[in-house]
Structures are given as structure tokens and as C-alpha cells.
Design a protein around this ligand. Structure first.
Ligand code: ZN
Length: 323
């Protein structure tokens, strides 16, 4: 009998023969896969593992301890499709192989994805704050995946800027590959959501480098995500969630994802007209009002020592310090 890992290898070979679309067309996650997935390392450990958080901020089921053939990082786990998700669900309810929260370090739920896509000007109330017109199609930009960090990791204050700003965002995580995805089928390609912080150097984003946003958005450590990847079955409505950002305990952003102009289905469909989405890709969906650059009478920017908390109801709080 083939172990799960060998079945995955066989699936990869099949995918190579048939092409990604033929392979992924058969992946239909069953309903009821409500889970809070994390990547973690044990104290003193080096290699990450994938786990299932039993409650928000609670203990974690170590999937690798349940089955040593489980992929040890999230993108590999997601490529395993419905079969691995169902195995994880079974492991999560087994009551076995639980590691205590205080003995582990939670990492970003996805590290080194193929693509980090971002959406600009995607909250109605944020457009009103800037006096900007509501976009008629999504404004897409990107970050390099190398700038992803996890909860509790430090955001490095760069030497090249003195205008560092906060942006809390709902993050879509892709679970199934696709190109030219119809809006009606977009949710089949989404595994779930996490919290993101689109750290931004406003001088480099808005004033320098001929208007290219890239450098101002992708400096090292400028993409904290986490603490957990909540599967879509766990969230009754991702477009009706309180979303907040606090700096040193003071609320700076306080809105709701019902203010999103382009929602998950539209974003996934629109982006996939241009690029093939693959498991692990993340889409930061834009930020609500209250960012530092538009503060009156003067902008407020982050400084070393500041602690930023990004929070979305039903997902969790992502906390990072500027150093
Ligand atoms: Zn943003």
C-alpha cells in the first residue's frame, strides 16, 4: 500500500503529464474543513512544521507527528489538495499529538509563496479619506515573497526612508491552481484567509522611483502575515469582519471588510486573467482608512520601538515591533 507521500508524488507526476489544469480540476475540497492552520517551530528547533490550532491562541496539533510524510511547510501541504486537508481535519479531532503553545514559535502561515499580490485603494472609506475616485477595476501591485515575516518577528526600520506607515489587510490564500478563473468558481481556488500588514515607505512609494510603488512596499520584513491561516469554512462571511490596526495600543484603523470595493471572487478572477494562481499565493486585499500618511494636520509615521497590532475578527491579531 502506498503511503500518502508517495500518492502525492504520483499525483505530481500525473500533473506533469496532464498539465496543471487537468490535475487541479479534480480537486474539490469537501465542506466542513473548518480549521486554523499554522506553521510553527518547536523551541530550539529549526525546521518548520504544519499544525492545526485548536482554538485562537491555543495549543496546536502537530501534523508531522501524526504522519511523518506530511509536508513540513504550508505551500507543500496546500499542493496536496483535498486529501491532505481531510487528513489534517482527522488529525485535528483525534486529540493526539498536541503541542503546548508556550513550547512553540508560530511562524508566518505561508512562507516563500510563488506570488505576493497586493490591491490598492480597495476600501470605499479609504478612497473617501484620500478624496480619490472609486476604482473601476482592481489596482494590483506586488511585494517580493522574501519580505514575509511572521507574528512576533521584528520589522526592520530601513536606512533609506523616514516615512514608514502601517496598513492592516485581509489576506486571501490560494489553495488550488487556476488561470482565467470565473467569478462563480473563484472560491473553489481559495483555501482561506489570514491577516497581513502591508508596511509601506511612503516616500519611496509616492515620491521617488518615478512613481513605481515596488521599492516602497517590498523592503526587507515589510510583509508580516499571520498568525494563522483560517480556512474559508471557518469564516461564515469573510466580507463582514471587523478589521483594526493599533499602534502602541492606540487604534489607528477601525473598519469592516464590508467596505471592500472588489471582494474575493472578483480579485481572484481578475488577477487570474493575467497570471496563473498556484497554491500558497497570497493576495493582500487593501487597507481601510486611518493610515499615517493621510493624518491631519500632519502625517504620523512609525518609529523604532513602536508596536503594531493588526487584528481581524475571527482570524486573530498579528503583532510586530519596529526595530
Ligand atoms: Zn496595502
Amino acid at each position: 500500500m502506498l503511503c500518502r507521500f508517495h500518492r502525492i508524488l504520483r499525483g505530481d507526476r500525473l500533473k506533469a503529464i496532464l498539465g496543471a489544469s487537468s490535475f487541479t480540476r479534480n480537486f474539490r475540497p469537501s465542506s466542513g474543513l473548518d480549521m486554523r492552520l499554522v506553521q510553527f517551530v518547536e523551541e530550539g528547533g529549526v525546521f518548520p512544521r504544519v499544525g492545526v490550532e485548536l482554538s485562537e491562541g491555543g495549543d496546536v496539533v502537530d501534523l508531522s507527528a501524526c504522519d511523518i510524510t506530511f509536508p513540513r511547510e504550508m505551500t507543500g501541504f496546500l499542493r496536496g489538495g483535498a486529501e491532505l486537508l481531510e487528513s489534517a481535519k482527522t488529525a485535528a479531532v483525534s486529540g493526539k499529538n498536541i503541542v503546548k503553545r508556550d513550547g512553540i514559535k508560530i511562524q508566518a502561515p505561508v512562507t516563500r509563496p510563488d506570488k505576493v499580490l497586493c490591491v490598492g485603494q480597495n476600501y470605499k472609506d479609504h478612497c473617501e479619506e484620500q478624496g480619490a475616485p472609486i476604482p473601476t477595476e482592481p489596482v494590483i501591485f506586488s511585494k517580493f515573497s522574501s519580505c514575509i515575516i511572521g507574528p512576533g518577528d521584528d520589522i526592520l526600520y530601513p536606512d533609506v526612508s523616514d516615512a514608514i506607515d502601517w496598513e492592516v489587510e485581509l489576506v486571501i490564500v490560494i489553495g488550488k491552481a487556476g488561470k482565467n478563473i470565473k467569478e462563480s468558481e473563484a472560491m473553489d481556488h481559495v483555501i482561506g484567509y489570514t491577516v497581513g500588514h502591508d508596511v509601506s515607505a511612503r516616500d519611496w512609494q509616492l515620491q521617488k522611483n518615478a512613481g513605481q510603488w515596488l521599492l516602497g512596499k517590498t523592503m526587507d520584513t515589510f510583509c508580516p502575515i499571520g498568525p494563522v491561516l483560517v480556512t474559508k469554512d471557518e469564516l461564515p462571511d469573510p466580507h463582514k469582519l471587523g478589521i483594526r490596526c493599533r499602534v502602541n495600543g492606540q487604534t489607528m484603523q477601525n473598519s469592516n471588510t464590508d467596505q471592500l470595493i472588489f471582494k474575493t471572487e472578483t480579485l481572484v478572477s481578475f488577477i487570474s486573467r493575467f497570471v496563473t494562481l498556484v497554491p500558497g499565493d497570497i493576495i493582500l486585499t487593501g487597507t481601510p482608512p486611518g493610515v499615517g500618511v493621510f493624518r491631519k494636520p500632519n502625517p504620523i509615521y512609525l518609529k523604532r520601538g513602536d508596536v503594531v497590532e493588526c487584528e481581524i475578527d475571527g482570524i486573530g491579531t498579528l503583532t510586530n515591533k519596529i526595530v
